[in-house]
Design a protein around this ligand. Structure first.
Ligand code: PLP
Ligand code: SF4
Length: 348
């Protein structure tokens, strides 16, 4: 597997490299890292030290990861929904194609924590070929989500070979890349990469920022390069306890995203992934945040709050309820709390 050369230099992968930080239990961190790998890019490590808890919690191993009886190994039933290894076909018209097992950093709340960055996630030329073959013989698939791990861990050349092969399948309309690189390692986004990606339009890219402090000058530059290449950018944020579970934090995040030309796409309720339960909030917390947004901030900035259903049921919106009654009239409450109604009958 050809990895992009810039990744491993300067990144933290051993608990001993954290010894300069105060108040950490390195022995506990080592036990966690033996099960779920530790990796923090040098860039994010510096940012994390400047910003504090909301970033630290995302990447520093926590002993609660090893004691999580409520967690499920594969909450979205992805393994059973994979007709070939590393390709998840859950919805009729789109598929999730996992092309890299590694990331520039390992988020402690990752949904694919069971395998990302571990030897159980095996991506080879053969699994890539099997995935491409499945896409080619399943013309119902119009939208291919290229993900991982992080697909931008691959070299430009290797990624381009995969994109070119997907683009050569006539039934595929859109290609989507899912990557945290604009947040975790924004230097990975180069003019050369943007120039390569723009050859495979219509190509969309969803990134992953969770906190406004992650929107740095470097991240701004990375997203600007991609947007200038005509790539529509979205963000899939995860709602995380102690990281971004307050309305002011999400509000600041989504305004900052619009400013760097990223459209907030999803705000995910955290999955029931084993080793991540300490990050979960209640649905009421998420809905209260959405009530602070809807009507109060630019509609362009508002993501869909959604849960990816356990067992592979797909994403369902958790938008708060504004409708009080829907019969011959629609009775509802406005975002300002005022009752209102609208006739719901066919006339003429
Ligand atoms: C999330 C997801 C998709 C894409 O869903 P959208 O709602 O279209 O963004 C596709 N396939 C799988 C397996 C997914 O988990
Ligand atoms: S970047 Fe994405 S895939 Fe990688 S560890 Fe973080 S959440 Fe998981």
């Amino acid at each position: 597997m050809s990895l992009h050369p810039s990744f491993h230099s300067g990144s933290i992968t051993c608990p001993e490299q954290l010894s300069s930080l105060q108040g950490l239990d390195l022995a506990a961190i080592s036990r966690v890292a033996a099960r779920y790998p530790l990796r923090i890019s040098g860039y994010y490590f510096r940012l994390m030290q400047e910003v504090g808890a909301p970033l630290i919690k995302q990447v520093i191993p926590d002993s609660r990861e090893l004691n999580d009886p409520d967690g499920l190994e594969d909450p979205l039933d992805e393994e059973n929904l994979s007709p070939v290894p590393n390709l998840v076909h859950k919805y009729p018209d789109r598929a999730l194609f996992l092309v890299s097992s590694e990331c520039a950093m390992y988020c402690r709340f990752c949904t694919r924590k069971r395998k990302v960055g571990t030897p159980t996630m095996s991506i080879t030329d053969q699994t890539i070929a099997q995935g491409l073959d499945y896409l080619a013989r399943t013309p119902a698939i119009k939208d291919v989500l290229v993900s991982g791990g992080d697909p931008l861990m691959l070299s430009d050349q290797r990624l381009e070979r995969i994109l070119k092969a997907i683009r050569a399948i006539p039934s595929v309309v859109t290609i989507r890349i899912g990557t945290r690189m604009p947040c975790s390692q924004p230097m990975r986004i180069t003019p050369r990469l943007a120039g390569m990606l723009k050859k495979y339009h219509p190509l969309y890219l969803n990134t992953h920022f969770n906190h406004p402090a992650e929107i740095t000058p470097q991240a701004t530059r990375a997203c600007g390069l991609l947007a200038d290449a005509g790539i529509p950018l979205g963000c899939q944020t995860v709602l995380l306890r102690g990281v971004n579970d307050r309305p002011e934090v999400i509000k600041a995040l989504i305004y900052s995203l619009l400013e760097i030309r990223v459209k907030p796409y999803y705000l995910f309720q955290a999955d029931q992934t084993r080793g991540t339960s300490h990050f979960r909030t209640t649905i009421q917390t998420g809905q209260a945040i959405m009530r602070h947004l809807i009507g109060h901030v630019s509609g362009m900035a508002i993501p869909t709050y959604a849960l990816d259903a356990p067992g592979g049921g797909g994403k369902i919106p958790l938008t708060p309820e504004y409708i009080d009654n829907l019969t011959e009239t629609l009775d509802f409450t406005t975002y300002l709390g005022k009752p209102c109604s609208y006739p719901n009958t066919i006339i003429g």
